[in-house]
Write a protein that binds this ligand. Sequence first.
Ligand SMILES: Cc1cc2nc3c(=O)[nH]c(=O)nc-3n(C[C@H](O)[C@H](O)[C@H](O)COP(=O)(O)OP(=O)(O)OC[C@H]3O[C@@H](n4cnc5c(N)ncnc54)[C@H](O)[C@@H]3O)c2cc1C
Ligand SMILES: *[C@@H]1O[C@H](CO)[C@@H](O)[C@H](O)[C@H]1NC(C)=O
Ligand SMILES: *[C@@H]1O[C@H](CO)[C@@H](O)[C@H](O)[C@H]1NC(C)=O
Length: 337
Amino acid sequence: MGVRVCVVGGGVVGLSTATLLQAALPPDASITLVADKFLSNTTSDGAAGIFRPGLQFQGPTQEITRRWLQDSYDHYLKILNSSEAASAGVKKVSGYHFSNNYPKIVWNALLKPILEEYRGCTPEELSTHGFKYGTFATTLLTDCTHYLPYLTRKFTSRGGVIEERRLDSLEELAGKYDVVCNCCGFGAKDLVPDQTMTPIRGQVFKVRAPWVKNFYYCDYDAYIIPGMDYVTLGGTRQFDSYNTEVSKYDSQAIWERCLQVLPSLKDAQIVREWVGWRPYRPVVRVEKERMNFGGGKTLKVVHNYGHGGYGVMSAPGTSMHAVTLVKQFLDEPKAKL
Ligand SMILES: Cc1cc2nc3c(=O)[nH]c(=O)nc-3n(C[C@H](O)[C@H](O)[C@H](O)COP(=O)(O)OP(=O)(O)OC[C@H]3O[C@@H](n4cnc5c(N)ncnc54)[C@H](O)[C@@H]3O)c2cc1C
Ligand SMILES: *[C@@H]1O[C@H](CO)[C@@H](O)[C@H](O)[C@H]1NC(C)=O
Ligand SMILES: *[C@@H]1O[C@H](CO)[C@@H](O)[C@H](O)[C@H]1NC(C)=O
């Protein structure tokens, strides 16, 4: 019998890990994905999915952070350049980062070495939009309303099994799997449990405005990001805020700020409003752990969670890393009885 691996989590991180495991393990390996939420019910589904790391995005070392980002970008670039780009929801997008307050914020040191096109704005671009400082960049975007179904089809068509249920503890998986890969996002706060997990609450509009072709990031958390079908208008970044309801005050502030940047949005048709919790952890956790539950019950776990506001763009890279750690666990000689 082949090895038995379980992936916990059906968001972009879990599905990325599950499909990469299928490619990396022998064909007789059995891979099960367990989660209580899928597709439109996940945090991943509402993300804009733009490839643009915040400077607070951190792995255990600078070198690892940069490798995760480069591996992720290369992964999405390969999809973009394939016949699957449209069905996967991967596209190229150009746009601006503007500020009136802080000149350095428009330059992103993590992004600079990766992108082909990244430059300061011309005086004309600045005056047209009414800002003092700005950069123009071309990057990638992965729209999870397409990408999650795409990964799900890929996973199940290669024999992956999906189980819909909630886990109260990882202990429930002990004895059933050789290795568990834990990609449960904010769920890690209770499931691991990991008290360093903190929600960064984000509220957005999804609107139909097909004339908007560029992305815009501006002061005060205002952003406009065109996805495959809709444009995301944001936003909020409320640290340690556990509210899941749409706030009318946030709605009003987002709408006003976005219209100030792009007045033509007044004719945009609102499709939905959405709130999500970015699963923030000071350092994204990709790590092996040998869990002991007492009574001789143990479980080999590879964690892959805590991606904050950058989980879509960084999922391929952190998942490749997690797959390497899963293989290290599987290569260990079996304990003698
Ligand atoms: C407004 C907003 C905008 C964003 N924009 C971007 C962006 O432009 N670019 C970007 O890269 N990122 C963005 N993000 C961040 C991105 O959404 C997250 O980093 C990413 O979705 C995290 O993916 P995940 O798979 O870890 O978590 P999730 O999508 O939340 O998936 C977690 C999975 O784990 C399962 N799970 C959890 N606990 C349990 C349990 N106890 N038992 C069973 N299953 C469990 C859930 O059911 C779910 O399937 C944005 C987020 C928000 C809120
Ligand atoms: C999302 O959750 C609702 C409520 O639990 C459920 O009825 C629906 O089927 C879920 N959707 C998906 C795609 O899983
Ligand atoms: C994109 O695809 C073309 C043809 O399939 C290939 O020649 C080219 O090298 C690819 N570029 C990248 C960056 O993968």
